[in-house]
Design a protein around this ligand. Structure first.
Ligand SMILES: Nc1ncnc2c1ncn2[C@@H]1O[C@H](COP(=O)(O)OP(=O)(O)O)[C@@H](O)[C@H]1O
Ligand SMILES: [Mg+2]
Length: 236
């Protein structure tokens, strides 16, 4: 049955990692449908497979079996090149440890996803609009005075806001955040969660992984990974 509001879907997803002679079975038939505009929290114990599931949903990794689809487009059927392009255009990632490049300044970090999706000529054409958007995002997140700074000159909260701006650069359909507050004190973390909530209020689909129930409460819908499967927790 087709559901026009479903944006990302995992059906019967299995994933194992080879460790020496044995397989670590992480996902064992996980099912999950994410609807457009939802703010979904994924909780679960450390090692339960939250990051694995998020990476699979965002096409950073492929499942061993099962289907992952974006708006009914089966991602398993896509070549790696097409998948990279899909990810760059459609998915925004935010990580616990920011993953910013220290040799680039804040503005350049935010511009990276746009540059990565452009040919050299394409970049000449779209550079000025891209800079305008990047600066606009940084101003929105209170970083207008920091665009020339290097990431190591910023606080943790500022770095994470830069990472969110970078994730939003290509106007992704889905924002995926893996423990985005995991490296921050609770007050700074709440500032990041407020940013995510504001984005959700403007219609952005957000999927956030956390091991912390208090953090998950910020999401409207919470699902839990238990024994490689998905359990629905709550809607608020
Ligand atoms: N690349 C990998 N190679 C081997 N084992 C891995 C790899 N990535 C994750 N794992 C293992 O898979 C399990 C789930 O990992 P992960 O998805 O990172 O869990 P979580 O994010 O919930 O802490 C853990 O036992 C972890 O050690
Ligand atoms: Mg993890």
């Amino acid at each position: 049955m087709s559901d026009t509001n479903t944006i990302l879907k995992a059906e019967g997803v299995f994933k194992s990692y080879r460790m020496g002679q044995s397989d670590v079975k992480v996902l064992k038939g996980a099912n999950l449908s994410i609807e457009q505009g939802q703010f979904v929290g994924i909780i679960g114990a450390s090692g339960s497979g939250k990051s694995t599931l998020l990476h699979i949903l965002g096409a950073l990794d492929r499942p061993d079996s099962g289907i992952v689809s974006y708006k009914e487009r089966d991602l398993n059927r896509e070549s790696t090149g097409r998948l990279n392009r899909f990810r760059n255009e459609t998915i925004g990632f935010v990580f616990q440890f920011y993953h910013l490049l220290d040799e680039l300044n804040v503005l350049e970090n935010v511009l990276l996803p746009k540059m990565a999706g452009c040919s050299a000529f394409g970049w000449l054409v779209c550079r000025s609009a891209a800079k305008k958007r990047a600066k606009g995002l940084l101003e929105e997140f209170g970083l207008g005075e920091r665009i020339g700074h290097k990431p190591y000159q910023l606080s943790g909260g500022e770095r994470q806001r830069v990472a969110i701006a970078r994730a939003l650069m290509n106007e992704p359909e889905v924002l995926l955040a893996d423990e985005p507050t995991g490296n921050l004190d609770s007050e700074t973390g709440n500032g990041i969660l407020e940013v995510l909530r504001r984005l959700h209020d403007t219609g952005q689909t957000v999927v956030m992984v956390t091991h912390d129930d208090k953090v998950a409460e910020w999401a409207g819908r919470v699902i839990k990974l238990v024994d490689g499967m998905v359990e629905e927790q709550a809607w608020t």
